[in-house]
Structures are given as structure tokens and as C-alpha cells.
Ligand binder design. Structure first.
Ligand code: TNX
Length: 471
């Protein structure tokens, strides 16, 4: 019996904190009432109804509390940690209790995983209590290199939520394409969202020369934000600056240190053509971020900051002036000054900036959050300084790498990140003191899409490694 129970319950991902399985089973009747009264309870009850419909069970949602399936998002139970829940399946039916909508939603995901695919509706009687180890559990998607339609973005968010990830990092702008409608700057969508070809091999020469375009309207963005909210997923939008921004210069060359004829990038890699840290550029990004904040209600805005070569800045009189005026030692410190301008703008609007670990090069403010991608070291330095950190290390959490023997893998960016690598990753760092370790908000896996042109390839890379991340 012990082995049987272990098998039946091994399907729950991520593994709950505690599971007490009982010998008997409970069969969900063909028609049940799900109790729900608050807005969160009714929201989660709708998901329960949808799921049970796939099992042939018809559901009525009612405020009554003496029903077969009882949902509570207002337990005020101090033994349930943030986003946690308790799930009871007994002779008397099912009870999911939580202190929040997110916790209740996660309890429902666990409940759904108790069913055997294709089997009958008899599930194990259990008592499960569970809560996540980290408040930030993220998955990223690069829609700049390849554009993915709203339907796929929603599927991606749905999958993440089912495995209790709570953050979707939407990488919306890249050298190869700007993907978000900004009303004040129409050329971002008429010019910067299209490129005249795509690099299709690793050789920097092979190009399909096919025009490639795509962007989300503000109405579509609102739809995705609402879709994510119902699943308790916060979206972190990313607007890259000052690097990975040649598409901006193609649309608005006056933002370059040397105005000229810029083209949206048709190869992968890092462009030397980055925006100039001028007042005009700061004003441009403040305008863009104002629209972005209007669309995305979450606490975080990601402003990139990675891979910004200083080739052009080194020759710029404007940059030299900034260095003199603000006593900045070098061009990296100028990026720090620029990042700080943007960070204080976001802070004044009640948001926190997230940046890739390069933002540490310029003494960024303590309230900025560092996303550590060049291994763990940036995250460790940031936590030691007192900045909050999200661990997102290359290669361990880079889902664009091959996941097995490259001979059998589709063309990819290179590198190897196995299911086991992701599974074994732990963002908790031994070298940190308990106080420093508090700054580690969690982890995130990234899906960069240089070589991921289709939704099929994106799913192939996402699964099953996302499940290992969640675990
Ligand atoms: C580095 S991770 C990048 C991306 C690429 C990725 C490819 C990061 C902040 N920058 O622009 O897509 O490598 O793995």
C-alpha cells in the first residue's frame, strides 16, 4: 500500500511541503456544488468547474458552505505561509483553505493533479499542506527575436501557473524587433517592429531575407494582463535600455549619439549601436515607461541594462560632458547614472526597477532588483550590498540551450542545460549570511528565442525543464 500511495501521489509537481495520504479513496460525484463567495473564491471556482467538466462532472457554484467541494481564500490561518494552502480530501469531500486567492488557486492545481489522466474520478484521500519556498518564481519569454501570438503567450502563462510559478517576464524589446504598441511613438510599431530578414544559421551570413514583423496592441496587452491576473501571475514587462536597442534607433535616429541610418538588426548577437544617454533619450524612455506602467499594474518594471558596449559612448562628446559634470570615472559609470535616472523615475511612480546584473557596474540604488544572469556572482554581490536579487543564471536556467545530445537536438544557440541541471539548481547560496540570503527573492528560467521560430520549438524547450524549475 505504501508503494501504491507513493506512486499515486508522485505526480504532484512541485512536490508539496507535506503530504499525508490515507488508505481510502474519494469519488467525486457526477454533479457537485462548489462553495465560493468572495471574488477570489469565485474566480478559483470557475477553474474548478472548467477542470471538472473535462472529467464529466457538472458543477454548480454557490455561496453555501455545506457542499462537496469547499473553497476558502480567507482562512486567516497563521500556519499557512504566503501563497500557501491546505488541501483535505476525505470521506466528506474536498476542502481547500488558504489566506489568499493565490494560495487557493495553488490548492486547486494540486487537487487537479490527484486525478489519473483518463481514469475514473476516484482520488486518494489526503491532507496536504504546502507553500512556496520563494516569493519570486519566474519564467521568461523573448518575443523580440521571434514573435509569439497572444494565444501562445496565454498558453505559456497558463502552464506556468499550473506549476505554481507566479511571474511571467515578458521580454518585449530587442535589436531585432520592438513588440509593444506605444501611442506616443508610432514609429516603434511601424518601423522598429519589422526586420528585413532573419539569421538562420550560426555563421552570421545565412539569412532568409524575409521581412519579419510583429507587435502587440495595447488592447492585446491588457487582455494578457487580465488573463495572467486570473491565474495569479504577475507580468514583468521588459523594455531594454541602453543596449539591445538598435531597433529604437532605426525608428528614432535622433536618440543615437551619432544620428544616421540605422536598421533593425537581422543577425543575432550584440550591436555596438546603443542609445545615447541624452536628455532626449531619458525623456523618450520616461514617456514609454509611462505607457508601460499604465498597462502593467505589477510592482516591477524590467529595464534591461545587459550587453551595452561602450564603443560609441567612448567617442561621444555628450558622454564626455556627462563624465565631467557628474564626476563619473568611465562609460560604465555613465550607464550607472543613466540607470539611476530611470530607476528614480520608476520609484517616483511607485514601481521597482529590475535590471540584469550589469546594472551593478554603476552603483545603482539599493531599491533596484538585480537579475543575475552571468552566473550567480552578480546576485551574490548584489545581496551582499543589500539589493534584492533574482537568480537566473546562464547556463543552468537557460532553456534556449540544448537539453540533451546535440546530435538529436534542433538547431539551438549552443550550450547544454539538462533537466537534471535545472532540477538540481537551488537559488539559496551557502556563502551568504541569513540577512543577506533574505535578499534572494527567487529564481527564473529564461527562454531566448534566437533559434526558436515556432511555438512548437518553444514548447519543446520549455517542457519538461520548466517543471524542474518549479520543483
Ligand atoms: C544573453 S541574458 C542575452 C540575450 C541572449 C542570450 C542568449 C541576457 C541578459 N542577454 O540577449 O538572447 O544571451 O542565450
Amino acid at each position: 500500500m505504501g508503494i501504491l500511495l507513493a506512486v499515486l501521489l508522485s505526480g504532484i509537481i512541485p512536490k508539496p511541503v507535506s503530504v499525508a495520504a490515507h488508505a481510502a479513496q474519494y469519488t467525486v460525484p457526477a454533479s457537485v456544488v462548489v462553495s465560493a463567495s468572495s471574488a477570489d473564491e469565485r474566480n478559483v471556482a470557475q477553474f474548478a468547474k472548467q477542470f471538472l467538466a473535462t472529467r464529466g462532472v457538472s458543477v454548480k457554484i454557490a455561496a453555501s458552505t455545506s457542499t462537496a467541494i469547499r473553497l476558502s481564500a480567507r482562512a486567516h490561518d497563521p500556519s499557512i505561509r504566503a501563497e500557501g494552502y491546505k488541501l483535505h480530501v476525505g470521506r466528506d469531500g474536498v476542502r481547500i483553505v488558504a489566506n489568499s486567492g493565490a494560495g487557493l488557486f495553488y490548492g486547486l492545481q494540486t487537487f487537479e493533479q490527484l486525478f489519473t489522466p483518463g481514469g475514473n474520478n476516484a482520488i486518494q484521500q489526503v491532507d496536504i499542506s504546502d507553500a512556496p519556498s520563494y516569493p519570486y518564481r519566474g519564467i521568461h519569454l523573448d518575443v523580440g527575436r521571434h514573435f509569439f501570438p497572444v494565444s501562445f503567450v496565454e498558453k505559456y502563462i497558463d502552464l506556468a501557473a499550473r506549476y505554481k510559478l507566479n511571474t511571467f517576464h515578458w521580454h518585449l524589446t530587442e535589436d531585432q524587433g520592438w513588440r509593444i504598441e506605444i501611442k506616443k511613438y508610432p514609429r516603434l510599431t511601424t518601423v522598429a517592429s519589422c526586420r528585413n530578414g532573419t539569421m538562420i544559421e550560426h555563421d552570421f551570413k545565412s539569412n532568409d531575407h524575409v521581412r519579419y514583423c510583429g507587435y502587440y496592441t495595447q488592447a492585446q496587452i491588457r487582455e494578457v494582463v487580465a488573463y495572467a491576473k486570473k491565474r495569479y501571475v504577475n507580468i514583468v514587462p521588459e523594455i531594454e535600455m541602453p543596449g539591445h536597442s538598435v531597433e529604437v534607433l532605426a525608428a528614432y535616429p535622433q536618440l543615437a549619439c551619432k544620428p544616421g541610418n540605422y536598421q533593425v538588426f537581422t543577425i543575432w548577437g550584440v550591436s555596438d549601436d546603443i542609445v545615447c544617454p541624452s536628455e532626449r533619450t531619458v525623456a523618450f524612455y520616461e514617456d514609454v515607461l509611462t505607457e508601460v506602467m499604465g498597462l502593467f499594474p505589477g510592482p516591477y518594471i524590467h529595464t534591461g541594462g545587459d550587453e551595452a558596449p561602450k564603443t560609441v559612448w567612448k567617442k561621444s562628446p555628450l558622454v564626455k560632458n556627462l563624465m565631467r559634470k557628474y564626476h563619473l570615472a568611465n562609460e560604465d559609470a555613465v550607464q550607472g547614472w543613466f540607470d539611476t535616472r530611470i530607476e528614480s523615475f520608476l520609484r517616483a511612480h511607485g514601481r521597482r526597477m529590475i535590471g540584469w546584473d550589469e546594472i551593478l557596474g554603476g552603483n545603482v540604488s539599493r531599491s533596484a532588483i538585480v537579475m543575475s544572469w552571468r552566473g550567480l556572482s552578480g546576485g551574490i554581490i548584489a545581496a551582499t550590498r543589500g539589493n534584492d536579487v533574482i537568480m537566473s543564471p546562464d547556463p543552468t536556467l537557460y532553456l534556449d540551450h540544448a537539453q540533451g545530445d546535440d546530435a538529436y537536438e534542433p538547431l539551438n544557440i549552443g550550450g547544454l542545460t539538462t533537466l537534471r541541471d535545472v532540477y538540481d539548481f537551488d537559488p539559496g547560496i551557502d556563502a551568504l549570511t541569513p540577512n543577506q540570503a533574505k535578499h534572494i527573492l527567487g529564481a527564473q528560467a529564461n527562454l531566448w528565442s534566437e533559434y526558436i521560430a515556432t511555438t512548437q520549438l518553444a514548447e519543446y524547450d520549455l517542457l519538461p525543464r520548466m517543471l524542474a524549475l518549479s520543483e
